[in-house]
Design a binder for this molecule. Structure first.
Ligand code: NAP
Ligand code: G4F
Length: 397
């Protein structure tokens, strides 16, 4: 596999790569920074081999996470050659990736280690890099604020630098045909204490957690690499998206597991924090389609991705217990230990730009999503294998 990867004809060398292409796509100002060509053209340039078309190759950081698994499945279904970055010597989540995604090739690397990222990009030789890796649990970002800044914030810089260095891009060498395209997983947490509702790509940021602040850094850095070096680097500002693969620390999964435990008589109480916060919840499987579409445009641009419909945590709870034929008030207890030092009270996306330019639409509604998660957890907990809950319990600030 290594030999095959090294022999693949990526455009990482040669004059074509190191010099700007002066033909800017429609609507893009011509100039030094926009030395890139369209997706189809770049794809075609990789299809000239004697042995027929080459699949586009993607490297996904965060492959062991919720979005990493859905994105890998989606890209494989489109015929991509998919590589995933995994960290650690004996990462317990790797066997799950191997079971679920047997066709994904894994490469070691850590967002804290610049050299490992350069080596991973050199090894995988990707056309597209999706940076999904992060410390993504908001409460943990108060407990480990510095680590969150390092991984969720500076980690973006390290991935961009790995691409820049491996591609030979500098202030005087702009990217050329077939450059590596970069996707950054930005977040609606950046809007924080929202200035307007619904939120668009133009809404200003007021993050409310160290996580949100780190994401703002990664977001602006991605924009800066696009403007400074002409890199095809974009951010998807994704609103909350959930699935049966969601970590049990997040409220939707905590609730679906809590409902299943109550229904099966395994636990009676479900302890939650702020029930009045509102979120725009969608299905992760729908949102990964938008990530791929963002890297398939002629022009790099950032997009808000969400459903445009918002629900309170309480309505999530009501719906989830209803699916199992239970009354939430018999089970839910409000526990101050889950209240955050600063809360994001409400989020609601205006994804008009994505609908118009990407043709993206969410296909799964809120009720369907909650039903899917509760039914999946009922099945999981009824099965012989049982379930080892990885959640930490109370959050101590
Ligand atoms: P997730 O399930 O928490 O996955 C996070 C991933 O990051 C895991 O694969 C984890 O690997 C990896 N990771 C953590 N630290 C790392 C490090 N130092 N080096 C390399 N990898 C590291 O998150 P998700 O829900 O899939 O979200 C994906 C991305 O989208 C994240 O950046 C998140 O902040 C962002 N986002 C998510 C949502 C949402 O609602 N889901 C919304 C907006 C933005 P291990 O398995 O090794 O821990
Ligand atoms: O599910 P959550 O922990 O998600 P949160 O904080 O909105 O963050 C998620 O979405 C972001 C996008 O906006 C991502 F960037 C981020 O990585 C992550 O995926 O909490 C949702 C709401 C909050 O208002 C919280 O206070 O639910 C409220 N909540 C109430 N009780 C609870 C609980 N949240 C959790 N996790 N646990 C509770 O017991």
């Amino acid at each position: 596999m290594l030999t095959e990867a090294l022999l693949r004809p990526r455009d990482l060398s040669g004059s074509e790569h190191y010099h700007p292409v002066h033909r800017a796509p429609p609507g893009v100002p011509s100039g030094r920074c926009y030395g890139w060509v369209g997706y189809r053209e770049a794809t075609d340039s990789r299809c000239r081999g004697r042995e027929g078309p080459l699949a586009r190759r993607a490297l996904i950081t965060g492959i062991t996470g919720q979005d990493g698994s859905y994105l890998a499945e989606h890209l494989l279904s489109l015929g991509y050659d998919v590589w995933g970055l995994v960290r650690g010597q004996s990462n317990p989540r790797v066997p799950r990736v191997r079971d679920l995604l047997a066709d994904v090739k894994l490469v070691r690397g850590d967002l804290l280690d610049q050299g490992s990222l350069i080596a991973a990009v050199e090894r995988a030789q990707p056309d597209e890099v999706y940076n999904l890796a992060a410390i993504s649990y908001v409460p943990m970002s108060w407990q480990q604020a510095e680590l969150t800044g390092e991984v969720t914030g500076l980690g973006v810089l390290r991935v961009l630098e790995a691409i820049r260095v491996c591609s030979g891009i500098s202030a005087s060498r702009t990217p050329g045909r077939g450059q590596i395209r970069f996707y950054q997983a930005s977040s609606s947490e950046m809007f924080g204490q929202v200035r307007e509702s619904p939120q668009t790509e133009a809404t200003s940021f007021h993050p409310r957690s160290p996580y949100g602040v780190a994401k703002v850094y990664g977001h602006f850095l991605t924009q800066n690499y696009r403007e400074s070096y002409g890199m095809y680097a974009v951010s998807g500002i994704l609103f909350n998206h959930e699935s049966p693969r969601r970590g049990s620390e997040f409220v939707t999964r905590k609730v679906s597991l809590g409902v299943a435990k109550a229904k099966l008589g395994l636990e009676r109480q479900l302890r939650l924090g702020n029930l009045s916060a509102s979120r725009d919840w969608g299905f992760a499987g729908d949102y990964v389609r938008a990530m791929q579409l963002m890297l398939a445009q002629d022009e790099p641009a950032d997009f808000v991705i969400g459903t445009g419909i918002t629900h309170t945590v309480q309505s999530l709870v009501e719906r989830a217990f209803e699916v199992a034929g239970l009354d939430w008030q018999d089970h839910v207890v409000c526990d101050a230990a889950f209240i955050r030092p600063a809360e994001v009270d409400q989020l609601c996306a205006d994804a008009s730009k994505a609908r118009q330019r990407l043709g993206w639409e969410p296909l799964t509604g809120f009720d369907e999503l909650v039903t899917m998660m509760v039914e999946s957890d009922l099945k999981l907990l009824s099965g012989n294998g049982g379930y080892q809950d990885g959640s930490f319990g109370h959050d101590v600030w």
